[in-house]
Design a binder for this molecule. Structure first.
Ligand code: 7TS
Length: 407
């Protein structure tokens, strides 16, 4: 992606015109949430001003329009990840999607089983499995990785066995930026019938994820990290597995027949969508998908890799800052965690904010991973399609200014 296109893209994001503390906003906190293009923002207001109505209920025009738009958005998601619409369930976010899977599979887990995850999981893909193991007596096993985050596949072959019911792994780490070898892990686990769950919160927004090619059983991601609104997430599940899985929530829309004594469940995907859904935000998510598709996921990933490589090279000139994670671009996305050898990351983040630069600092909801580096927090810059090389230059200059600020 050349600079001209990035400049064109930037015009679609009204927030990028903001000044923060007198400086133009440089938004490098995309792993936390992305900014939204005007088409997504307008889609929400258009829904409420033109056709706000409940879905799957009415025979009136507004309800039909709302239902059509809501279901079209589901189809757009399905096409985007190469699945079928009935395999797409709207949730609140990645965290809820993962919790639904963990709860839904709980009946098939016993103390004879083990569940395998990595040591770099976001709490959303760690705590639900930890809780499931506490409830069922199953063993929670961890894949090992080196300090760059590279998973040890020899060790993986040792711990994944015939009792491994679930292998749940983040596609891309929100701390290290590494892209995990999900294909290899699928190959290792497939002969045991292990269910593969992928946390796609950091992958689906940034590169093409094809659930058929990956042969994953579940994929969880959030709209807000991919130009869409907050409050809406996606759970993809293989049809045959979703059909066997119990729903977590009961109520309107998710039933087929109800008597005073019992109830039966609606078809997929509605079995998992109790109550009035987040209609406006689902529709706006479809608009976000349109935007990403128009730019092209390959172009987006290439642009982010270009920015990441450029930033990593620039960091080598900063003697007091150290990157946590791989320093090469292979199998890596646009998330760079780093620390100053003397300054606390929160101080670094606060001074950067004075220059208009937004980064995240903290444990990034991956406390055990961050602690394994003998630190309590890290600073993190994360990129998206609207970031530019000039912004990176200013960011790097500002990191030097941060040092001067505390001198
Ligand atoms: N999994 C990964 C890999 C994530 O990065 C996040 C959010 C989640 C799950 C949870 O997503 P949610 O939409 O349910 O909150 N990660 C971050 C982050 O890195 N900074 O803020 C949120």
């Amino acid at each position: 992606m050349n600079n001209f296109e990035t400049e064109k893209i930037r015009k679609d994001f009204p927030i990028l015109n903001r000044k923060i503390n007198g400086n133009p906003l440089i938004y490098l906190d995309n792993a936390a949430t992305s900014q939204k293009p005007i088409s997504v923002i307008e889609s929400i207001s258009n829904y409420y001003s033109e056709y706000n109505s409940n879905v799957h209920r009415g025979v009136h025009t507004l309800s039909i329009e709302a239902t059509d738009a809501y279901e079209l958005a589901r189809t757009k998601i399905a096409n985007f990840i190469n699945s079928k619409p009935e395999e797409i369930i709207w949730t609140r976010n990645t965290s809820e999607s993962l919790n639904i899977v963990a709860k839904g599979l709980s009946k098939s887990i016993s103390e004879a089983n083990n569940i395998v995850i990595s040591k770099m999981e976001h709490h959303s893909n760690l705590v639900p499995w930890q809780q499931l193991c506490i409830e069922t007596g199953a063993e929670l096993r961890y894949l090992e990785n080196d300090s760059d985050g590279i998973i040890d596949l020899v060790h993986a072959r040792e711990i994944i066995d015939k009792n491994t019911s679930i292998l749940s792994i983040t596609h891309m780490s929100n701390v290290l930026g590494i892209i995990n070898p999900v294909n290899e892990l699928r190959e290792i686990s497939i002969k045991f019938g292990t269910k593969l769950v992928i946390d796609g919160a950091q992958s689906v927004p940034h590169f093409l994820v094809d659930v058929r090619a990956l042969d994953c059983d579940f994929l969880c991601f959030s709209a807000h990290k991919m130009l869409g609104p907050t409050g809406i997430g996606i759970l993809y599940g293989k049809k045959e597995l979703l059909e066997k899985m119990d729903p977590n929530y009961f109520g309107g829309d998710m039933i087929s027949e109800v008597t005073y004594e019992s109830a039966t469940w609606n078809d997929l995907p509605y079995k998992f969508e109790a109550g009035t859904p987040n209609i406006a935000d689902a529709i706006a998510t479809g608009v976000a998908i349109d935007y990403l598709t128009r730019i092209g996921m390959d172009n987006i990933f290439r642009h982010e890799q270009y920015l990441t490589e450029y930033t990593i090279n620039k960091f080598s000139e900063l003697s007091n800052y150290k990157i946590i994670g791989p320093k090469i671009i292979k199998n890596r996305g646009g998330v760079i965690s780093f620390n100053h050898k003397n300054l606390h990351p929160h101080d670094v983040g606060e001074v950067l904010d004075k220059f208009g630069i937004a980064i995240r600092t903290g444990h990034h909801c991956a406390m055990p991973l961050v602690r394994s580096y003998d630190i309590v927090a890290a600073a993190r810059a994360s990129f998206y399609l609207y970031n530019t090389k000039d912004e990176i230059d200013f960011f790097i200059e500002s990191l030097i200014e941060v040092e001067n600020y505390f001198k």
